[in-house]
Design a binder for this molecule. Sequence first.
Ligand code: NDP
Length: 342
Amino acid sequence: RKGNVIITGASSGLGLATAKVLAETGKWHVTMACRDFLKAERAAKSAGMNKDSYDVMHLDLASLDSVRQFVDNFRNSGKPLDALVCNAAVYLPTAKEPTFTADGFELSVGVNHLGHYLLSRLMLEDLNKSDYPSRRLIIVGSITGNTNTVAGNVPPKADLGDLRGLAGGLTGLNTASMINGGDFDGAKAYKDSKVCNMLSMQEFHRRFHEETGITFASLYPGCIATTGLFREHIPLFRLLFPPFQKYITKGFVSEEEAGKRLAQVRQLPSPPPSSLSAAGADLYFSLSLLQVVGEPSLTKSGVYWSWNQNSASFENQLSEEASDPEKARRVWELSEKLVGLA
Ligand code: NDP
């Protein structure tokens, strides 16, 4: 049978490109879990996705009720779950004031971490029931949360501190809206949320890999300066960031190179790169994610994957904070309370 994969935030960027390529392998049915149903349907159509290869289900990660509703709806569809890809994210680098989810959490951590945390915890049961040979839970991380890298050292740096803000619910009322209890900073909140993503994946691995055999992994796919993620940034940044990536950090991936790299994915029988023209960068991104979802050699659990200049995958090192087991345990326990599981 076909594998069933859920991809959150599949209405644009990496999520959409990955949904399309996975669907085109003929080996996967994709559930696009999106907050804007119409936008996702339109995106799938204009990407040329075959109607039978996907469906769109409503999921707003900024509401815990919506997450629970999504899980019920997916279960009612009767499909088994073989892979869950937590990809959606918001990035609000220019916000002066925090905004909040329906449950009152600061939006970046609320959506990127807490919404995905609840979703992953609930859907672990579904992954566990599946008879698919390699079941995977994948979270998209980021180099920016990793302070052992050049990119991770651009201020404001990720820092979860003693987690006092998270313990207080990130409400911005009596407690701070930032995890470490500090003043709101949108760029930092995003990086902190990505550290939480990477910590949760490791904690999932420690708690559940042996018992369930599920692969838990996070990845950093490379910097893609052209996706929607940067839509909230100031115009000057949007103008300068792609050339900066291209000439200074050399992290930018061209469309041509992306096509070449895509062609290297062995498990894709006939990827026609020409039909995948859209943004080359998205392709490269989706290539990374694809390998982590479908590549038979990448089944190792508890790993943070990256790719080198030659498109070879390797197990990357996380920063001290993003690999601290004690912090991972505390983030897990505090998050569990906030989403109503404990
Ligand atoms: P995009 O902005 O293109 O995609 C983000 C997706 O998340 C969109 O589909 C968006 O939906 C969705 N989303 C946002 N808020 C919610 C919500 N409340 N509920 C459900 N879905 C939501 O960005 P990218 O494709 O670049 O980002 C994908 C992932 O890659 C993210 O996890 C990001 O952190 C990561 N990443 C990106 C890098 C880059 O260089 N671009 C670098 C490293 C990591 P909608 O279409 O409705 O807005």
